[in-house]
Design a protein around this ligand. Structure first.
Ligand SMILES: [Zn+2]
Length: 341
């Protein structure tokens, strides 16, 4: 069997078409073997050369070698195209859209005590109160004497105190803010002071560290009626309802007259329930008109100025507001609890 130039040309054209039709590297390798392999079409042509006349042999041999080179070149060209396409397809599959929003990282949020404290400060800011702070390590004078609590006063026993070095104490109440502010500035005053206080008292209903908020006003015409009005508005804001307040006469060394403040239990409408120990009322804090002696110790003329002060537990307010049954829940840092706020 032999082949002529026209047949070689047709075979080359067929190879070119097959190469162009190969869609994958694997298919291309098969096409190449079919034409250029040891048993491929071109090899078969070359094997027939021996049977030809010497003149025809040289011409067809040259043509066959040229065809071999052209086919090889087309294969390489096609291989490059296929590889480029496959890389592109792989990139497309693995494509990452970095503009997509993330899967979502859980965000933290404010502790219920922070929420309540901020709400308190915001409420009093709206009434013109300024925010004030004082040290948690305080002199005995600022924590006790200046507040009209002399060394032998029984209320010192009620406020079991942590003593630290140099005769200082961990403040047992936020009232040291009153002393520091009133000693250093001239009235009128209108201040709010939330913060930590410390007492040696630990039980299910008490913690050795807890939070209080203190508020006070000193001016020339301040009455107990003003105090009741401010506290009623405050209570309604904090408890998110039209609450009823009750003032019970009491005694504190630093106020005169003094009162304990309760509000009507919202759960039972004063009928009595476990939350209010069947009394219908919930204790909320203490208040009163600032004792003239306290004003005088701060260098304020008590003949000209009067003031009122009040204080309540931030922890207790948070418990009442959110219906938290145990104080310890506020301090344990259990996220299952905290996530509910
Ligand atoms: Zn009740």
């Amino acid at each position: 069997m032999s082949i002529d130039a026209a047949q070689l040309e047709s075979l080359t054209a067929q190879a070119q078409a097959d190469i162009a039709g190969a869609e994958s590297a694997h298919a291309l390798t098969e096409v190449r073997a079919r034409y250029l392999g040891k048993k491929g079409s071109v090899a078969q042509v070359l094997r027939t050369l021996g049977k030809l006349d010497p003149a025809d042999r040289a011409a067809l041999g040259q043509a066959a070698n040229a065809a071999k080179q052209r086919i090889e070149a087309w294969v390489e060209e096609r291989r490059a195209t296929i590889e480029q396409g496959e890389r592109g397809a792989a990139l497309e599959v693995e494509r990452l859209d970095i503009t997509l929003p993330s899967a979502g990282v859980p965000l933290g949020h404010l502790h219920p005590l922070s929420l309540v404290t901020r709400d308190m400060v915001a409420f009093f800011s709206s009434m013109g109160f300024l925010y004030e702070e004082a040290p948690e390590v305080e002199t005995e004078y600022n924590n006790f004497e200046a507040l009209n609590i002399p060394a032998d006063h029984p209320s010192r026993d009620e406020q079991d105190t942590f003593f630290v070095e140099d005769g200082n104490v961990l403040r047992t109440q936020t009232s040291n803010v009153q002393i520091r502010t009133m000693s250093q500035q001239q009235p009128p005053f209108r201040f709010i002071a939330p913060g930590r206080v410390y007492r040696r008292d630990s039980s299910p209903r008490h913690s050795p560290m807890f939070h209080q908020i203190e508020g006070f006003i000193v001016d020339e015409t301040v009455t107990f009626g003003d105090l009741k009005g401010v506290l009623l508005a405050f209570g309604r804001h904090m408890m998110r309802g039209d609450i009823e307040l009750r003032f019970r006469a009491n005694h504190f060394p630093f106020t005169e007259p003094s009162a304990e403040m309760d509000y009507a239990c919202l759960l039972c409408a004063k009928q009595g329930c476990p939350a209010c120990s069947n009394s219908g009322w919930l204790e909320w804090g203490g208040c009163g008109m600032i004792h003239p002696r306290v004003l005088e110790r701060c260098g304020i003329d008590s003949e000209v100025y009067q003031g009122f002060a009040f204080g309540m537990g931030i922890d207790r307010t948070a418990m009442l507001r959110y219906g938290v049954p145990h104080l310890r829940l506020l301090f344990e840092g259990d996220t299952r609890f905290l996530e509910q706020f």
